[in-house]
Every structure is written in structure tokens, then in C-alpha cells.
Write a protein that binds this ligand. Structure first.
Ligand code: CO
Length: 568
């Protein structure tokens, strides 16, 4: 009898799935209660680490993400652990120096990570080089990635070129990452076949989302064309904007004569467990999501991004303008050279689109990130930005052509020096801080506090609220803070106002000196403070020349139009 062809399944329940459906609120203890069963089920790998899981661990759960990795590894001895790594961005939103990338990868390997899916939001191979080199150096499995999107410049020939570039860097396998769930079965067949032809020895894995409802059918087409592994989530954590359900995909594949090698009884036990856990961990906002968002087939905006846009607009009291933003977004994306919409480009394009709508005049407000993006600090854009617009977006920032990280000085020693000495318990803490400075400091402070007097864990507070009043629970993604009382403008002088609701800062990064001292003489147009909204820093410029008086304390919430300083 002919041996059945083996198709492997990666389980995303511990990373992408709860990120997509439960706002990444699964706790380490939740994972450990079922980890042994998951490990025994026969998966190819377990995706359990990535940007949001790392950030949320510290920010909302007050857990150490490194400790989570070690504890999972201790139980899951059979199945390789997998993570999603944003190339030179690691788990953050900016490019890190090569020494930070190297130590991060080394420590991830040391703490138990096996497979690194390395991607770059712009598909710029130069941004993958260092991460892939380090994964190989420290004994990990390097999986290259094609971020799939559609545009006039995203052709099969270009994707094959990108795959070959990664093959020459020594990747072990290759992933097609369809973060928006827009890859059709026909396009998958064409792409996978072309990749198999160009790189016959390269194993291909496919990652998608059920947002548009096509992913399971697309997986079938990809597998028939030669893909050997697909990403799924256990049924309770599947569908909607998450991955296709493992149990269904296994049935589909096995009905066509493939063998997935998964233990059905184990799958049933895993699903029973998560079904119970769902009651506790699923935020109210996620429970209201539509099963299929057919709009994705038109606007191609990933599900997670739409919920972010919704949160951002709600934060600006402008939720009603979502349809305008959805139609603005493809225009902004085209202007910016058709970047695939994935972190951090999804954030940059999303926020810029929101600003283009809210400000009433496109690009009259440009975030720092848009500026840096246009100047090449995130890498080469898939299509060039129209020169006049590029000049406008860059402002005074000089465009660059090199690999962005080539301009960065080593960062590890500097990061370590910024940390108060008693906060560091291990080298891993320095990396946590280098990636998420404010979040890590908040977590370290919480960790150092006397356990009797610690502030409550933010995720516990959210859950208590949810239980108390399911109906009035807030969007869990929004970090809700009380709005500061409006400050009356000081008599005389030109007011400097907050352009958005957000958090007011006097400097543009933690540990940096203030942009302008109280009472200093400033020039008109000079950045004097910052309002952080939607995870991005919007510099506020002096509205006139003169002596500046600040009216708001560093770190306070401000509302749109609030006077934050006056200039006389
Ligand atoms: Co995904």
C-alpha cells in the first residue's frame, strides 16, 4: 500500500490565536495546565512567543515572558517551540542595533526557543540578514518568510526573488505569511508551485487567518501544490480573525489521503480545556466579532488592524469615522509604496490614515514614524514613494539608502546603563527593557514592590470589571485612563494645544532630556513636547517664538485641543 504523504500542523493557540481572539490575555498558568497534552498531540511545532505575547505578559499580566518560555519548554520536550520574530525589529516597532539582535536571539535559544519565523514588514531582505545569521549561529531553526499582500509590485516573480534571497542566507524552511487572510486558493497554488519549482528542496509552510473565510480552502490548494505544513488553532481558539480550526483541517486533509499524524483524542482534550478557559479569558469586545468579515476581500485590511483602528478612533471620540478611515487606508498605503500591512507598517499606515482623516487635510499631520518610514529607516519600500510626497513626508530628515541598522550604534551597554541597578535580575531583563522600555520598567517596578503592597495586576482588574458588568466592559485593548481635567490657558501668550487625545510627554523617549525646559526661549516650529497616541509619538511644535510655560505634567493624559503650554 502506498504510504500516505505527511502534512504537518503548527499549533498557534498559544500565540497568534489568543492574540487574534482574546487580546493575548492567556496566562502562563493557563498554558501549563494543558501544555503536556499539547506536547503529546503530534504537532510539528507550537507557536508560543511573539511581539504582543511578550508585551502583554509584562504590561497586563505582570509576568516575565522569559520565564513563560522556560516553563513551557520544561513541559514541552517533544514538540519544537516556535516564535515570530520581526527581523531587525525583533519584537518591537523599530530597528535595533545588531548587538541587541544577537543577544536577543542567543538568549531566546538558550531559554528554549527552537524555530524562529523571521519576517520583515517590507520584505526587505537586508532586514532579515542579522536575525537569520544569529538564529543559525546559536543553533536555532531559521524559517524565512514572505509577507503576502497584493499590489501592482507584489508579483509571483518578486516573491520568488525574495525566497531565493532568503535561501541564500541559509534558512531551513520558508513560510508564506498571509496575515490578512487574503490569499486565495488560486493565488496560493500559483505561488507555492513557483516556489517549489525555484527551490525544490525548500520545505514550505503556510500561515493564514480565517478573517475572510478562505483560509481552509486555501490550505488545501497550497498542500496540493507542495506545501508541507500549515498553521492551525484548536477549534475553540480558531476561525474569525484567527487560524483555521485544526480538527477541520485535519479532516479535510485526511479525506484527500494526507496524514497529519495528530492524536484526535488529545485534540479533543485540548479543545475541552480551552472551551472552559474561554469564559474567563475572552474579552467582551472579542465575543462581538463577526464570524466572517467579507469586507477584507475588498479592503484587504487585517482583522487585528481594524480592531486597532476602532480603538484608536474611540480614543479620539471619532468612532463614527471608521468608514472614512477604511477608504483612506488603501490610498495612504499606495502613497507609501504598498507596504504589506503587518507590524509595524500596519501601525504606521493605520495611524497615518487616521490622521489624514481626522486632520481634514492629508499629511498635514505626519507622525515621526511616517517620517522615518519615508526616509528609509524601516528599509526599502516595495514601490518608490512619489518624490514630491516623499520630500514632504521626510521633512528635515535626510533619506537613507543603506540597511537601516548600519546606522545604529551598539545598544546593549547603553540599555543596561539606563536601568536602575536593583531592577535587573538577569541579562534577559536588559533585553526586555531594550525592546519595551516603559512597559518593562513598569513591570520591574511592580516586581520589586513588596508583594503585600503591589498594585493589582491590570488583567485581573479587567476581568473583575468584565464579571461585574459584561455589558459595560470597555474595549480591552484600550488602556483606559481618566482624562485629565482641562487646564485653563494662562492669561496671554500663544497656546500650544494637544492635536489628539493621548499621553503627554516632555521628551521623545524615556531617559532622554526634555525637549524644552520650562521658561526656555523656543523658536516657532521647534518640537517642544510629545503626545503619545495609538502607540506613536506625535511631536508638538512651538506655535510661536518666545518663552514657554508648560501647563501639564509629564506622563499625564491630555485631550484633543487641551492647552499644554503657552508661549509669551
Ligand atoms: Co498571523
Amino acid at each position: 500500500m502506498k504510504k500516505k504523504q505527511r502534512i504537518r500542523i503548527t499549533d498557534t493557540s498559544l500565540r497568534d490565536a489568543h492574540q487574534s481572539l482574546w487580546a493575548t490575555r492567556m496566562r502562563t498558568d493557563d498554558i501549563l495546565k494543558i501544555a503536556e497534552t499539547i506536547d503529546s498531540a503530534g504537532y510539528y511545532s507550537l507557536e508560543c512567543w511573539g511581539g504582543a505575547t511578550f508585551d502583554v505578559c509584562m504590561r497586563f499580566l505582570r509576568e516575565n515572558p522569559w520565564e513563560r518560555l522556560r516553563r513551557i519548554k520544561k513541559v514541552c520536550r517533544k514538540t519544537p517551540l516556535q516564535m515570530l520574530l520581526r527581523g531587525q525589529n525583533l519584537l518591537g516597532y523599530k530597528h535595533y542595533p545588531d548587538d541587541v539582535v544577537e543577544r536577543f536571539v542567543a538568549l531566546a535559544c538558550e531559554n528554549g526557543m527552537d524555530i524562529f519565523r523571521v519576517f520583515d514588514a517590507l520584505n526587505d531582505p537586508r532586514n532579515l540578514e542579522q536575525a537569520i545569521r544569529c538564529v543559525k549561529k546559536y543553533g536555532g531553526h531559521a524559517q524565512g518568510t514572505i509577507c503576502y499582500t497584493t499590489s501592482p509590485v507584489h508579483t509571483v516573480a518578486n516573491y520568488v526573488r525574495l525566497a531565493k534571497a532568503q535561501a541564500s542566507m541559509g534558512v531551513d524552511t520558508l513560510a508564506i505569511k498571509d496575515m490578512a487572510g487574503i490569499l486565495t486558493p488560486g493565488a496560493a497554488r500559483e505561488l507555492v508551485s513557483a516556489l517549489r519549482k525555484a527551490l525544490p528542496e525548500m520545505p514550505i509552510q503556510v500561515h493564514s487567518h480565517m478573517t475572510s473565510g478562505m483560509a481552509a480552502a486555501m490550505y488545501m490548494a497550497a498542500v496540493e501544490s507542495g506545501a508541507g505544513c500549515v498553521d492551525c488553532a484548536i477549534s475553540t481558539l480558531s476561525s474569525f480573525s484567527s487560524q483555521p480550526p485544526t480538527e477541520s483541517v485535519v479532516s479535510i486533509l485526511e479525506s484527500e489521503g494526507f496524514d497529519c499524524g495528530l492524536d484526535r483524542d488529545a485534540l479533543a482534550r485540548i479543545n475541552d480545556y480551552f472551551k472552559t478557559l474561554k469564559e474567563k479569558r475572552q474579552p467582551v469586545s472579542s465575543a462581538r466579532v463577526e464570524p466572517v468579515d467579507a469586507g477584507v476581500l475588498v479592503h484587504a485590511i487585517p482583522g487585528g488592524m481594524i480592531s486597532n483602528l476602532r480603538s484608536q478612533l474611540a480614543g479620539q471620540d471619532a468612532l463614527g469615522r471608521l468608514p472614512e478611515v477604511l477608504s483612506e487606508l488603501p490610498r495612504t498605503r499606495a502613497d507609501m509604496g504598498y507596504p504589506p500591512l503587518v507590524t509595524p507598517t500596519s501601525q504606521i499606515v493605520g495611524v497615518q490614515s487616521v490622521l489624514n482623516v481626522l486632520s481634514g487635510r492629508r499629511y498635514s499631520m505626519v507622525t515621526d514614524e511616517t517620517r522615518r518610514y519615508a526616509a528609509g529607516y524601516y528599509g526599502r519600500t516595495p514601490a518608490p514613494i512619489e518624490p514630491k510626497l516623499r520630500k514632504k513626508l521626510c521633512g528635515r530628515l535626510k533619506p537613507i539608502d543603506c540597511r537601516p541598522a548600519d546606522l545604529l550604534k551598539p545598544g546593549l551597554v547603553a540599555a543596561a546603563a539606563e536601568l536602575p541597578p536593583d531592577t535587573i535580575k538577569a541579562e534577559e531583563d536588559i533585553l526586555s527593557y531594550a525592546l519595551f522600555p516603559e512597559v518593562a520598567l513598569g513591570y520591574f517596578k511592580w516586581r520589586n514592590a513588596d508583594p503585600q503592597n503591589r498594585e493589582p495586576v491590570p488583567a485581573d482588574v479587567e476581568e473583575a470589571k468584565k464579571t461585574a458588568s459584561e455589558a459595560t466592559a470597555k474595549e480591552s485593548e484600550i488602556l483606559v485612563e481618566g482624562n485629565a481635567a482641562p487646564v485653563p490657558p494662562a492669561a496671554g501668550g500663544t497656546p500650544v494645544t494637544a492635536p489628539l487625545n493621548g499621553t503627554f510627554y516632555r521628551c521623545d523617549a524615556p531617559g532622554k532630556p526634555r525637549l524644552a525646559e520650562d521658561g526656555a526661549v523656543v523658536k516657532a516650529g521647534q518640537p517642544v513636547c510629545v503626545v503619545e497616541a495609538m502607540k506613536l509619538f506625535n511631536p508638538i511644535k512651538a506655535s510661536a517664538a518666545g518663552r514657554i510655560t508648560f501647563l501639564v505634567e509629564h506622563g499625564r493624559s491630555v485631550t484633543k485641543g487641551q492647552v499644554v503650554a503657552t508661549i509669551k
